[in-house]
Design a protein around this ligand. Structure first.
Ligand SMILES: Nc1ncnc2c1ncn2[C@@H]1O[C@H](COP(=O)(O)OP(=O)(O)OP(=O)(O)O)[C@@H](O)[C@H]1O
Length: 598
């Protein structure tokens, strides 16, 4: 089999997200070069001051600087105005400072803009990913990828990439200047670079496992808190507080131990880093003094040399850390591009937009979710336009799967039957058109954190109170909402009032009814309301609602008035007919009816 081209974490893949901020990023790079170059000029000023201003060595400077010094009065003028040398050092320090500021500012703007663009793209992409993809990925993991992984990449560019650029510049600029001053002493410094770099990289690769462990423990700690808060009711009901506190304390202790252990290891690294730097300085000083004595280098050059040597030590050690952290960033970018590479839901090239008020036909439909085998086997039935169609079946018989397929939350593969609405295969219908034509209320509906009025009007063009109340009355929830102090303006959800499962279902029913879709699906959505309210809602829907209605339920009373009832058994059609026809047969429907009647 041809191997799929691996392109997941290539750095070039970030390029499109920099659009609009490339100028800032480029400026950041240019100014960091200026800042680095300026800061490496100070040792040169010291060298010239010592050798050619204080002592009598000839000036070793580019021609244009020499002619400027001559026009000013030469060596003597500088000697009597030594402040000029100090001012030159200050000037370069100011240039370095201003360039550094410009670099930081542009980098922050460029990075934030790029990351904002990435987050928007990610979020938009996730909205368009198939439901199957969402079902096969953990929500917590997706959130972590969109937040922490994006942040890690941002920090890498913001901090570490700049460290790489600065260090490479430091090595190139200072070594060039050092080689220009003395080749032998430069070679001594050069020998230390791979040593410090290698040590630092090996150290951080070894310690990297501990960092991963600390990350994982942090994730577990967060998950533990999240689980505890979500399941607070169970914790209280079962008196698990002490157990939960002990569990948290244990994990927290593990986390703290890991970090204090890491602190010790990092302390060793800092200590060894200082030792390396000291050793390097010692060698340069000993050899340098020897060279000064035998006249190989001047005093000024020696001073400049020691300055460059100490300026190099720390960035080189940092570079080792950054290079070893690159693998962490590359894991994060692979995790991000895993999401971005997932295929979005797609329409056919010329999607059709037929009226959605026709017959719904399931024609020899078979479907399985993957490894678990077939969930639906050769299912065929017709829901006549404008009628109420009931679906009854045991738990796991495939009732919801039928609706997922109708809404194309899962795509029915070619060759496994057809589903049509008004004679048009749903695979040919535009996704948005199809879903706008089908309203669905699930057994455990999700309500956003809004007021009752906003929740019911969600997705509809109108949101005036009178219209909202009309649909709330249909869903038999109006009285309950009016019972709250703020009525329809009462916020629900995390920051608002907590409502019962049955109230939630009825708000969701009102929301779906208000969208007034030609097809309405109630997927076990009356399961949490009492029998009396169930009957009232069905009566109200019968009187007020037009279009095709599909009712999925376990209770026969919920379905018995439907125009046609399908009985599903282990993914197959077991029976189909009206309530009267079905109770007249000796089948599963009658058995359930008898059980529920008694
Ligand atoms: N996303 C999924 N991935 C894999 N298997 C699934 C998925 N969703 C459902 N199933 C399996 O498919 C079968 C049918 O599930 P489905 O939800 O359609 O049944 P149901 O009749 O609606 O059940 P219930 O009455 O409990 O809601 C079950 O065995 C279930 O475990």
């Amino acid at each position: 089999m041809k191997k799929k081209k691996q392109k997941k974490s290539s750095i070039l893949r970030f390029y499109p997200y920099t659009k609009g901020f490339r100028g800032n990023l480029l400026l950041a790079m240019l100014t960091v070069i200026i800042s680095s170059a300026a800061s490496y000029m100070t040792p040169q000023i010291i060298r010239v001051t010592v050798d050619s201003v204080i002592n009598d060595e000839p000036f070793s400077l580019p021609g244009f600087i020499l002619s400027w010094i001559e026009s000013f009065g030469g060596r003597e003028a500088l000697r009597s105005h030594i402040i000029i040398c100090a001012a030159a050092a200050l000037l370069f320090a100011v240039i370095a400072g201003v360039a550094n500021y410009a670099s930081r500012m542009n980098l922050a703007k460029g990075c934030e803009g790029t990351v904002e663009c990435m987050r928007n793209t990610l979020f938009g992409h996730i909205q368009r990913l198939p439901y199957a993809w969402h079902n096969s990925h953990q929500t917590g993991d997706i959130i972590q990828r969109c937040t922490q992984d994006v942040e890690l990449i941002k920090n890498f560019v913001n901090e570490q990439l700049m460290t790489v650029i600065r260090t490479v510049l430091a090595i190139v600029i200072s070594l060039t200047l050092m080689f220009m001053m003395n080749v032998q002493l430069s070679l001594v410094v050069l020998c230390f670079i791979p040593l410090v770099l290698g040590y630092s990289m090996i150290f951080f690769v070894l310690v990297g496992k501990k960092f991963d462990q600390a990350d994982q423990t942090e994730g577990q700690l967060t998950a533990l808190v999240q689980e505890n808060l979500t399941g607070v009711r169970v914790v209280r009901a079962f008196g698990r507080e002490r157990f939960e506190i002990e569990r948290f304390n244990k994990k927290n202790q593990e986390f703290a131990d890991l970090w204090s252990h890491l602190g010790k290891i990092l302390g060793v690294d800092w200590g060894l880093g200082e030792l390396f730097a000291g050793l390097q300085a010692l060698v340069v000083i000993v050899i340098g003094v020897f060279f000064v004595e035998n006249g190989s280098i001047t005093e000024g050059e020696f001073l400049a040399f020691t300055a460059y040597n100490s300026m190099l030590a720390w960035p080189v050690a940092q570079l080792g850390r950054v290079l070893s952290e690159l693998s962490k960033t590359s894991i994060s970018s692979t995790r991000l591009f895993d999401i971005l590479d997932a295929k979005e839901e797609q329409d056919k090239e010329h999607p059709r937009t037929p009226p959605m008020d026709g017959d719904i036909v399931f024609d020899h439909v078979s479907f399985g979710y993957g490894e678990g085998g077939e969930v639906l086997e050769d299912v065929s039935f017709t829901v006549k336009a404008g009628t109420t169609f009931g679906i009854l079946g045991a738990t796991g018989s495939g009732k919801s799967t039928l609706m997922y397929l109708l809404d194309r939350l899962y795509e029915l593969p070619e060759g496994q039957g057809r589903i049509t609405v008004g004679g048009v295969d749903i695979r040919d219908i535009g996704l948005s058109h199809l879903r706008h034509g089908i309203g669905m209320v699930l057994q455990e509906p999700f309500l956003f954190s809004k007021t009752f009025r906003e929740s019911i009007a969600d997705g509809s063009r109108r949101s005036d109170l009178e219209t909202v109340r009309k649909y709330a009355r249909m869903a038999v929830i109006d009285d309950a909402i009016e019972g709250f102090a703020q009525g329809y303006e009462t916020p629900i959800g995390e920051r608002g009032v907590t409502i019962s499962g049955g109230q939630k279902q009825r708000v969701a029913i009102a929301r779906m009814l208000m969208q007034d879709t030609p097809i309405k699906v109630f997927d076990d959505s009356l399961s949490a309301v009492d029998m009396e309210t169930d009957a009232k809602i069905r009566q109200s829907i019968k009187e007020n609602v037009h279009g095709t209605t599909i009712l999925i339920a376990h209770r026969i009373t919920t379905l018995m008035n439907a125009d046609c009832i399908l009985v599903l058994e282990k993914g197959r059609v077991a029976q189909m007919g009206t309530h009267q026809e079905l109770i007249a047969q000796d089948g599963i429907y009658k058995r359930i009816f008898d059980i529920q009647k008694s």
